[in-house]
Design a protein around this ligand. Structure first.
Ligand SMILES: [Zn+2]
Length: 160
């Protein structure tokens, strides 16, 4: 408290007030953004390693969602705006790339497969969402929590 000189009001020492011009503010934003990119990249490395280790431990095969990047981009843009979705997409793409590299390196079998959450894994009919995020197929009676539907897709045999 005692560090303010009596001539300078305390509020002028606030960080925002110290940003004298837009140029400086812009620099700060860019620095924060590159920090966010770094953090997301580090997280991608961490997750790819973790998943590969897990696959090795369980002698498991890894099924990677064969994401439709264009529709994912649209969805993220609608939900988070341009800047955030760009950040998330780059992180996700990086993660998939790192994961594949690691899996190949350790010889873990893997497969890309489109994992839907709104399409029936039994009959490919469109699923209807009910209360409590439960998805139901009006064609064959399949029923599962929405977050579990992609898991059922993992278990469906791949087309030849
Ligand atoms: Zn069905």
């Amino acid at each position: 408290m005692g560090q303010y000189s009596p001539k300078v009001p305390a509020y002028k020492s606030l960080p925002l007030f110290k940003l004298k011009n837009a140029k400086r503010a812009g620099r700060l934003v860019r620095r924060l953004r590159s920090r966010a990119y770094r953090l997301i990249r580090a997280e991608a490395v961490f997750l790819a390693r973790k998943l590969t280790k897990k696959a090795l431990r369980y002698r498991a095969m890894v099924v990677i969602d064969d994401v439709d990047w264009e529709s994912l981009k649209e969805l993220l843009m609608r939900r988070y705006g341009k800047k955030i979705s760009k950040l998330l997409l780059s992180g996700l793409k990086r993660f998939v790339k790192l994961l594949v590299t690691q899996l190949q390196w350790y010889g873990v079998p893997y497969e890309f497969k489109r994992l839907y959450s709104r399409k029936c894994p039994n009959c490919k009919h469109k699923l209807t969402q009910q209360k409590g995020r439960v998805m139901i197929c009006t064609n064959c009676g399949f029923k599962a929590p929405r977050d579990m539907v992609p898991m059922y897709w993992v278990l469906t045999p791949s087309p030849p």
